[in-house]
Design a protein around this ligand. Structure first.
Ligand code: NAD
Length: 257
């Protein structure tokens, strides 16, 4: 896979899945813009390390993806992009009647509206160059539901709908738009929950992962950030030129149930 000469923006990529995707893109030769809203010394050091490790240009650009103007400005500051990965996302868990309205608005803004704004800003350049890949990181919760996650699930279903619409508006123009729907992925955030879950359930690590955390994932194995990154690479490859407007589940069989 050779993405030399391509520029990618990955939103929300100073940790977890976004960082895994940015790393796979850099390994494949793409110049990458990584992003979060923190603008810390660690964020800039991370970009420098990725750049050094993979011999590509990696820039860190801070932007708060809850703000539409900041999303559009991110694409402008990057000088446009060939590959846009909308990954930034947050979660909040509460019954719908107790769900804080400000949390609802924030989740919809970061998990859904940001993809609308970055896509709108990136498309003119992609059209001018006759090539583009838009990959939206949805979730198994873009296809199914669970209780107490109304905003997240509404946003992720919205991301799937947005992906289909953008695919139709760009069909035949060298541009594809798809959504990846991960199941449970082992990120530092998830890793950090394991000791608490072990304590609460009085189980060893393997048992709590298999019986509690991955109860809905038939493989009883986490997906990895490298596997999500690899799926992005596939969507950027010529093999996927006719793959557009669809979802790819990386969920160990969750949505087959
Ligand atoms: P994470 O918390 O490690 O990463 C989230 C990223 O989003 C971080 O880089 C964070 O800095 C960034 N972010 C949050 N708010 C932001 C804001 N306002 N502006 C800019 N950046 C912001 O979580 P993750 O598990 O790597 O999740 C990444 C994506 O994958 C999310 O969209 C999530 O919904 C999705 N996802 C995760 C899983 C899983 O099991 N981990 C499963 C399915 C889907």
């Amino acid at each position: 896979m050779d993405l030399k000469g391509r520029t990618a923006i990955v939103t929300g990529s100073n940790s977890g899945i976004g960082l895994g995707i940015a790393t796979e893109l850099a390994k494949a030769g793409a110049d990458v813009v990584i992003n979060s809203f923190t603008d810390s010394a660690e964020d800039h050091a991370l970009a420098a390390r990725l750049s050094r490790d993979h011999g590509v240009t990696v820039r860190y650009l801070s932007a708060d993806m809850s703000r539409g103007d900041a999303c559009r400005a991110l694409v402008e500051r990057a000088g446009g992009c060939d590959i846009l990965v909308n990954n930034a996302g947050i979660q909040h868990v509460a019954p719908v009647e107790d769900f804080p309205a400000d949390k609802w608005d924030q989740i919809l803004a970061i998990n859904l509206s940001s993809a609308f704004h970055t896509t709108a800003a990136a498309l003119p350049g992609m059209r001018a160059r006759g090539w583009g890949r838009i990959v939206n990181i949805a979730s198994a919760h873009g296809l199914t539901a669970s209780p107490f996650k109304s905003a997240y699930i509404a946003a992720k279903h919205g991301v799937v709908g947005l992906s289909k619409t953008v695919a139709l508006e760009t069909a035949g123009q060298g541009i594809t738009c798809n959504a990846i729907c991960p199941g449970y992925v082992l990120t530092p955030l998830v890793e950090a929950q394991i000791p608490d879950q072990m304590k609460v359930h009085g189980m060893d690590r393997d048992t709590v992962i298999r019986e509690v955390m991955l109860q809905r994932q038939p493989s009883r194995q986490f997906a990895t950030v490298e596997q999500i990154g690899g799926t992005v690479l596939y969507l950027c490859s010529p093999h996927a030129d006719q793959v557009t407007g669809t979802t790819i589940s990386v969920d160990g069989g969750w949505t087959a149930l």
